[in-house]
Design a protein around this ligand. Structure first.
Ligand SMILES: *Cc1c(COP(=O)(O)O)cnc(C)c1O
Length: 357
């Protein structure tokens, strides 16, 4: 008898980020300034064929837009239904069941999830250890090293020189280094240029954050042509829908326009929010992304998140964050929304004060 589910799936749980509808949702780092207006206009002008016909087999129009924007050849570009799809496909292109996926932790939860779903073994290495010596990420010959820069959920930006050292140590016969740049627009720097020079570096981007297109599920990545080709094969044909590819291409080409303006406002609000959190003694972490991680005031992130949610504000709770313990991650948004968050937080702090008296 064939076991059902397959043995290594028995321990897997369905993904549940605990996201119920809430009036002010600052829990998922999407763009609260809205979607890229050009991309939305493209969706609104949909033709019958946009829906009736299959998309391009390998999203060539979108690949061309990405290639032009980042000054690389189109055969260096791969795409997917969200960058999660690209990470998944990239893992599968180079690693098989039983192989190791190493990453500095804490990081994006999907890195471990995707490793497990593919029968691979996640190998978290504490950030402090990884930063002190990148060789710690290469112990046990992983097939993949996943690196999130800026890192989710901490917001920190690993130094470029450190990434360079890791790539030198990994070498052409080592693991595929998957660099997740979901938040690079907010850091003002990218290592995409390295991806076409290094033999085994894939730099992944998403349309879900700065471009404001999370509902479309679209991501793209850059690597050397021989790496990009394997990821395309692993992901398979027809994965990016016609309207998604067309709208995403508009957003990619418009990077200096609307998205750049919302990023500028986001960075100003990030500084302002940081100071507000410092003033409340909440130990915010320096962030290069569109969110800030800070200490959970009660010591229980889950309880604080519920208390804020009851006031109509959603944030994301985390446990076991180095130097913080329980922590909350809040997405940087237009200031009136952050004001709602700060008001809710002040009521929470007052309630905790009351309890401790
Ligand atoms: C939000 C996020 C993504 C985006 O995933 P999509 O599948 O493109 O929506 C990727 N990586 C990280 C670290 C993220 O936080």
């Amino acid at each position: 008898m064939t076991p059902f589910p397959r043995q290594d799936y028995a321990s897997l749980r369905i993904y549940d980020p605990g996201r119920r509808p809430v009036p002010v949702d600052l829990s998922d780092n999407t763009n609260l300034w809205g979607p890229n207006p050009g991309a939305l206009a493209r969706i609104r002008s949909a033709s019958p064929d946009d829906v009736r016909c299959y998309p391009e087999v390998y999203a060539d129009t979108l690949r061309a837009a990405v290639a032009e924007r980042f000054g690389v050849s189109p055969d260096c570009v791969t795409t997917g239904a969200g960058s999660d799809d690209i990470l998944d496909s990239a893992f599968r292109a180079v690693a098989g069941p039983g192989d190791t996926v190493a990453f500095p932790a804490p990081t994006f939860v999907m890195a471990a999830e995707l490793a497990l779903v593919n029968g691979m073994r996640p190998r978290p290495v504490p950030w402090r250890q990884a930063l002190a010596d990148p060789r710690t990420l290469l112990e046990g010959d992983p097939a993949v090293v996943y690196l999130c820069r800026p890192n989710n959920p901490t917001g920190s930006l690993a130094p470029g020189a450190w990434v360079e050292r890791l790539l030198d140590l990994a070498g052409p016969n080592g693991p595929l280094v998957v660099l997740d740049e979901a938040y690079a627009d907010f850091a003002g720097e990218t290592l995409i240029g390295w991806a076409v020079e290094r033999p085994k570096l894939l730099v992944a981007r998403t349309c879900s954050k700065a471009y404001g297109l999370a509902g479309l599920r679209c991501g793209f990545a850059v690597a050397r042509p021989e790496v990009a080709l394997e990821v395309e094969k692993s992901r398979g044909p027809y994965k990016v829908s016609r309207l998604t590819a067309a709208a995403a291409a508009v957003a990619v080409r418009d990077a200096g326009g609307w998205s750049a303006r919302t990023v500028t406002e986001c960075l100003a609000n990030r500084e302002r929010l940081f100071r507000e959190l410092v003033d409340r003694g909440l130990r915010p972490q320096e962030s290069s992304a569109n969110f800030i991680l800070f200490a959970a005031p009660s010591g229980s992130a889950a309880e604080d998140a519920i208390a804020l949610r009851e006031q109509g504000v959603g944030v994301r709770p985390f446990q076991d964050i180095p130097e913080l313990g329980d922590a909350l991650r809040v997405t940087v948004a237009p200031w009136p929304l952050l004001e709602r968050f700060l008001e809710a937080m002040d009521r929470r702090l007052a309630a905790l004060e009351e309890i401790s008296r």
